[in-house]
Ligand binder design. Sequence first.
Ligand code: C2E
Ligand code: CA
Ligand code: CA
Length: 779
Amino acid sequence: MRGAERMNRLKNFLKKDKQMIRISAAVFLLFVLVLVFICLAYYSLLRDTVSSETRDYLTETSAQTESGITRIINDNFRRTGAIDSILKNAVNVSTFAGIGKMLGTLKENWGYNDITIVASEDDYMHSYHSSQDGDRGTSIAHIPNDSPLKNLTEAQKLYIDQDTQGIQRVNFARVIEPVEVEGKKVNIISLSYSLDTFYTVIDTKLYEGKAYTHIINKDGTLLVQGTKENVDKWGANFLTSLIGDEESEASVKMLSDIAEDKAGIVVLDFNDAERYVSYRPVTGAEDWYMVTVVPASVLNYKTEVLMQLTIVFCIFVIAVMVLLLILLLISFYKSRKKYESFAFVDPVTGGATLQKFYIDAAESLKKSNGKKAVVYTNIEKFKVTNEQYGMETGNALLKGMSTGIRSCLAEDESLGRIMADHFAILLNYYNEEKLVERFHNWHGAIMTELTNRDVSMFFPTLQLGVYVVDEENMSLPFMLDRAKLAMNEKTNILNNKMSYSLYDENAHIRLLREKQLEDCMDKALAEGQFEVYFQPKYNTVTKKIGSAEALSRWSGHAYGMVYPDEFIPLFEKNGFIIQLDLWVFREVCKLIRRWMDEGKEPVPISVNCSRRNLKHPHFIDNYVKILNQYDIPARYIEIELTESILYEDAEALVAMIDELHNIGFTCSIDDFGSGYSSLSMIQGIPVDVLKLDKIFFKNSLVDNRRGVSVIEAIIRMAKSLQMKTVAEGVELSEQVRMLEEVGCDFIQGFIFSKPVPLGDFEKLAFPDDAQDMKKENRN
Ligand code: C2E
Ligand code: CA
Ligand code: CA
């Protein structure tokens, strides 16, 4: 399960990685959004502030300009007042010539075009002027009918007209208390002035000279053009030109403001560009308006500069962030790469690790729908190889193995090193034949690799366990477990250099069961879950029980009765048989002790002795200790040694039997005939009893003369070697007859009795006791 755990940890790590990237990307995006939002908000705030500031500024400059205009108007009217008082108070003004002299001087001093005095009732008009060429002079004329001086009713009048040369001029007229001059009643003074007067105030260089101010009539007639530069083209009427074809909210407001003599600022589209238009009635000149036009671009300039700065700042911040993020990602990917190479590249072979295998294999399992197989490898006695040739050669062997096998794999197949000499491989599986062919190829490729690497060594056997995937949903570590289980079976040997085995479900179940039994055997023995059964051996001559065999039973197990067929091979494998045999021996000693104490003649009992004991150094000592503890004569006990013990070291076996004999035990060879041992093999083995295996009595002997002859020969030979014979597994009476005929000494078989619990056995072994008991009961 450690593999699965590690895989999960790795998966989690990679998942966390992705999550981190996602989170940082989201945070970054959020940051950019917030930044853009702040910029926009800042921009709009800026715009509003600048716009209201601009309006204020524009209003202020307009007001200043207007006050300049008003000042000029007032000054001029004041001068008409001054002329009035001169006319009234001066002494030499009784003649026009006298007046003319005086006014001529004033005109010079003040720089007027004309000063005109008018006797309006008499329809006379005296003008004092200088002509263009510098001539000074006076003229007397009738008041033209279209002159505003005609029937002037207001006290003051400002109007514009043209001089004789058609040059526009502005006039400031004042109605005065009539003054009599040469019999005429002069009652109007009018000063004519060049329009240039106003330029000084309206031709300002405000807004970098891109703005201009005009003085217009309320009806839109242009009176004074502020400047020649940067002026928008206009048609006959300035206001209608300004408004253009389309009526907008702003233009409506402007017109209604002007109608009501109000000042204001609007933004208009004029000549295809936005303009700020500030309009103000001119105080002191009814009907006059001054209009200042500023291109919006000039006013927005400040905002735009600030905005550009903001944008540049934003871009800068974002760029820095992006740069930081990129740096972060680079270092992140680098460390990830490092981690991956650490986690995914096996340092010994340069190939994939188990983690990498898990990821690759899971992917190809998910992708392809063909049959797959998982292979688990093992180099037999790799540890020895390492010790013999050194670590370096061992590593070279692993490298060769990894590269060799990898070179034989398809794209969707994968290999990873689990640990030491164990590799995990995922393969496409077609059939066993093909698989074996591939194993041969692998072997060839490994050998080539080793030769290329100059690894000179004796290549050990390669063990391969194969699990053909039949449960797709099983996790890879489980699949590997199964392949590993199969590997230990080594059922198919290939060319002496490889063995392989396919995973088999039943074997797996068996293994699981074995594991269960193994887990509780110690406890079971300590807690008395084992029991000894006894199977009598009948003497063919006396027809009575001659002895019995002690056979163990595991009864108190949670899964019910467990039979020796199942647990004995397991205990043989794991060595627990030594403890069990010793325990049975002790039980048997206890029993014989009791029988002796009860004054009975003990029935000799045989105990099974695993061949494993032969290799156990204190085996005989332990037996003797128990024997002495219960103070039992050894002759009551027979030690059964199974036939396969004959394949062991004969010398050691003989020595052991001799030792057993010295102690006083009887020895027998059990299961004779079940294996490959021949009659000649037992000749040198000094045992006392030969137990014929039950295999001889599996079939009826009626038509089996050959079988009978073999049995006869064995018994005859045993007799010649002074051995007693026991026939095991006898179930039929014809077999009993035959055995009696050929002189077999004992019969142990179901025909007489199965192995039975002690109580039942005692009833069979000591029938007289049972009789006595009955009698006692009756009495
Ligand atoms: P085994 O030593 O050959 O024991 C005789 C087996 O043959 C017993 O099986 C017995 O029940 C069976 N048998 C006897 N007569 C007949 C018959 O007429 N027909 C058939 N079909 N079978 C018969 P069991 O008790 O199941 O024991 C099986 C094997 O387990 C034994 O074979 C023995 O090798 C081993 N074993 C049992 N208990 C122990 C023990 O405590 N220690 C050791 N080392 N081995 C034991
Ligand atoms: Ca036996
Ligand atoms: Ca036997």
